[in-house]
Write a protein that binds this ligand. Sequence first.
Ligand code: 8Y7
Length: 279
Amino acid sequence: MRLRCRTRWLALDQPVVMGVLNVTPDSFSDGGLYAAPEAALQQARRMVGEGAAIIDVGGESTRPGAVMPSVDEEISRVVPVVERIAAELDVVISIDTSRAEVVRAACAAGAHLINDIRGLRNPATLAAAADVGAAVCVMHMQGEPDSMQRAPHYTDVVVEVLAYLSQRVVDCREAGIAADSILIDPGFGFGKTQAHNIELFRHLGRFANLAAPLLVGVSRKSMVGHLTGRAVEHRLAGSVSLAALAAAEGAAVLRAHDVAETVDAVKVGAAMRRTQGEG
Ligand code: 8Y7
């Protein structure tokens, strides 16, 4: 099994780790205008050295209350970093964006995959991704980052998220995205209560059996905080535990901040995966 990512193929026979690289001003606050891309590149080098197969570059903070950057601002944050990673590192470059202009600029600079927390619901964004031949990750989110945690509601969260993702895969294909260029993601923490997150995680196997490989992002999230009672800087053990469980349930890509530890965790989880026919 492999994912077609514009000019590259990503092998998914074993689960892989997507390293998180935030290039928002708050993430490199002491860096200044010229130091920021250099600091980001250094972090990308480190994550690739630790075994990341994908680097997810994000120029829009999804923290509730964060101000949306302008399109030009988002492009000026991500493009210099994408160019330098593409020139130097042998890795799939993912862009965390919802904007068509950013898709085009980032892919022209060397990006391969569009990771859109809004599920490429903007038709221009989806068309841009299809145009440039990028792979896509369609994530489920109820609401928008600013308001999504106010009152998440589902009749049956598993059924509803499964149906949404199945439909998005159809929509992506109809828009011209290749069948082997699509990842799906239930979107842990995006318009979900802790009960919803747990319910989704307990049924991950059903998501792993949909038409597209499954991406799971739980690293350092409040879901881990709820389970362990830990503040964000102390969620490593909880995060890698969930990563191992997700790999055992068939997740193909684990999005994580702590790459080295997550690489080990997914090896453990993948080895314990029960395949069809086994008890
Ligand atoms: C996810 C994500 C974030 C996730 C995918 C955080 C950008 C919040 N979470 N993308 N992005 N899946 N596909 O805590 O779960 O990292 S941002």
